[in-house]
Design a protein around this ligand. Structure first.
Ligand SMILES: CC(C)(COP(=O)(O)OP(=O)(O)OC[C@H]1O[C@@H](n2cnc3c(N)ncnc32)[C@H](O)[C@@H]1OP(=O)(O)O)[C@@H](O)C(=O)NCCC(=O)NCCSC(=O)Cc1ccccc1
Length: 175
């Protein structure tokens, strides 16, 4: 089996156990550590977010400090110039680096992206095949976290690289 086929097989296995897209409640979010929250999504106990359905990508794996998403860019992701819109890579990378930060947070702490810097190394097309966005934490402080991410295809070719700065804060109680 080629790397390409292996990635698609792994994606199909994950998709089979994911719940339908939705948004977890504040209680479901605040009652778990970040790692447990992401594990609950991977296990199909909590819904994966709707943005994954909009752009057609899913979480492939999540461990403390490292989270991977996978999707296959297609014609629906194109810009007017005839290649995949930069927002596709930015969205996958924002997801990967943000969730990598989330995976390190204790129960009751949330995060949001303050800044995302993307370097577009080479263009994606509908011939690229499956790509993975891998996010890795660099540092997590009391208030600020920094992470980096990269998008590669099944042959290891690099398409985009990102760094992020995230704000960490106590999750406010539900209104
Ligand atoms: C071309 C360049 C910018 C510069 O590359 P260099 O510094 O010269 O680096 P290098 O020589 O190492 O080549 C690296 C790879 O690039 C390939 N290549 C090189 N020259 C050309 C060329 N002239 N044409 C085509 N490909 C070229 C080259 O073959 C190699 O690939 P390979 O190893 O063979 O597989 C490259 O970094 C790139 O394509 N980045 C992605 C940008 C991107 O996708 N942005 C997001 C979409 S924009 C958007 O959506 C915004 C929008 C909104 C609304 C409406 C409209 C737009």
């Amino acid at each position: 089996m080629s790397n390409h086929e292996q990635w698609l097989a792994e994606e199909a296995a994950v998709r089979a156990r994911l719940a339908p897209p939705g948004v977890a409640t504040r209680e479901q979010l605040s009652s778990r550590s970040g790692a447990d929250f992401l594990a609950a999504i991977s296990a199909g106990e909590l819904p994966p977010p709707p943005i994954g359905a909009t752009l057609d990508f899913i979480p492939i794996s999540a461990e403390p400090g490292r989270v991977v998403f996978q999707g296959t860019p297609g014609p629906q992701h194109y810009n007017p110039s005839g290649a995949v819109h930069g927002g596709y890579a930015a969205t996958l990378l924002d997801s990967a680096v943000g969730c990598a930060v989330h995976s390190m947070l204790p129960q009751g702490k949330g995060f949001t992206t303050l800044e995302l810097k993307v370097n577009y190394i080479r263009a994606m097309t509908d011939q690229t095949g499956p790509v993975r966005a891998e996010g890795n934490v660099i540092t997590v402080g009391g208030q600020v976290a920094v992470a980096e991410g990269r998008i590669t295809d099944a042959n290891g070719k690099l398409y985009a690289h990102a760094t992020t700065t995230c704000l960490i804060f106590p999750i406010p109680p539900a209104k």
